[in-house]
Design a protein around this ligand. Structure first.
Ligand SMILES: [Zn+2]
Ligand SMILES: [Zn+2]
Length: 106
């Protein structure tokens, strides 16, 4: 009984630790890219900010999913190819309504 409890406690701890780490890397990533939408300046809710890959031929950077568990170094390298956009602008980019300017392209 006590053994089982210890196992589930540890499991829960690991899940929490991973979630915490993901959150931390996401925050670092947001900070690294300026913390707001590069189009409209939206920064009210970080959960509504997405990482958009500047190269359309490159697979979209899934920072919000499994990508978050990778190391910060690898994440940072990926971020070099991304811009931070809010989910609205992100959809508009993919719908062809918005285009990344030269300045944002760097
Ligand atoms: Zn995108
Ligand atoms: Zn925006």
């Amino acid at each position: 009984m006590s053994k089982k409890r210890t196992y589930s406690d540890r499991r829960e701890y690991t899940i929490k630790a991973v979630a915490k780490r993901r959150k931390k890397i996401r925050l670092m990533a947001l900070d690294y890219l300026g913390g707001k939408c590069c189009f409209c300046g939206y920064d009210r809710c970080s959960a509504a900010l997405d990482f958009h890959h500047r190269d359309p031929n490159t697979k979209e950077f899934g920072l919000s999913q499994s990508g978050m568990t990778r190391s910060w170094e690898r994440t940072r390298k990926e971020l070099e190819k991304c811009v931070l956009v809010c989910s609205n602008c992100h959809r508009e980019i993919h719908a062809g309504k918005l285009q990344l300017s030269e300045e944002i392209q760097r």
